[in-house]
Write a protein of this length. Sequence first.
Length: 273
Amino acid sequence: MGKPLSRAEFGLEAVHQFALESRLKRAIEKEEFKLFYQPLVDLVTGRMVGMEALLRWEVSDLGMMPPSEFIPVAEETGLIVPLGEWVLKTACAQNKRWQNAGFPPLSVSVNLSGRQFHHQNLVEKVEGALRDAALDPQWLDLEITETYAMQDADFTLAILKSMKQLGLRISIDDFGTGYSSLSHLKNFPIDTLKIDRSFVKDLATDAKEEAIVSAIIVLAHSLDMDVVAEGVEMIEELKILRKHHCDKMQGYLFSRPIGVTEFEALLSSGKTL
C-alpha cells in the first residue's frame, strides 16, 4: 500500500479533483473531446473487420490528457453518463459516414462504463443513437467489463437481453481480470470475449500465460463466442494466437489508435495483417 496522504496533500488532491471536474463539465458542454479508432483485425483473413472507439481529450493548455487521469473523475462525479452518451452518438454517426462514403461496413465497438450500464435509460439511449445515425444495429458492438457484468447478474442479464433485441453485438471486455461465474457467463447473450492485454504481453515467454489464453479461447468457442486478443504488439504473440485459433486481434502490431483522418487513410490503403 502507498503512503497515506497528509492533510495538506489531501487538500491539494481535492482542489485538483474539483478543478478537473469543472474543466470536464465545460469540455462536455463545448464538445472538446474527440474519438480515436483502433482497428479490429480478423486473424484468418488478416483484414479489418471493425474498430474500437476510444475517447481522447486535448486540453488547450495541457495537451492530450491521459484517459487514466480524467475517466476516473468522470466516473466518480457521474459525468461519465453524458460523456458516454456523446461517445456512443459520435461513434455511430462516424461509422455511418464511412459507410456512406463507400468504405466496406465495419463494426464499431463502444465501451460502456459501470454508471452508464446501470443508468435507467441506457437501452433507449442506445436505440436513439442508432436511429439518429441511421446505423444498422449489426454494426454496433457494446463492450462491458467483466467486473461490471458480474456485479448484479440478474440485472445484467435483463439489460443484455434488451440490448440484444435491438440487433447489436455485445462483448465482455478485459476478460480474465475479474471474477466470472461460468454459470452466469453461459446465460448471458454475449457474442465476444476480449482477452485482457495482461495475458497477451507475456505469451511469447510464459507457458502459463499461453495455457490461460488457450483455455479462454476453448471456453469461448464452446459457448459459441468469438475471441479478441487485446494489445497485440509482437509477431510472436500473433503466431501463438493463431496457433490456438483466436478469432481477432487489436494492437500496435497492426495499428495504434488513430484519428478520423488517419483512419480513413488506413481504410483507403486496404492494409492487411
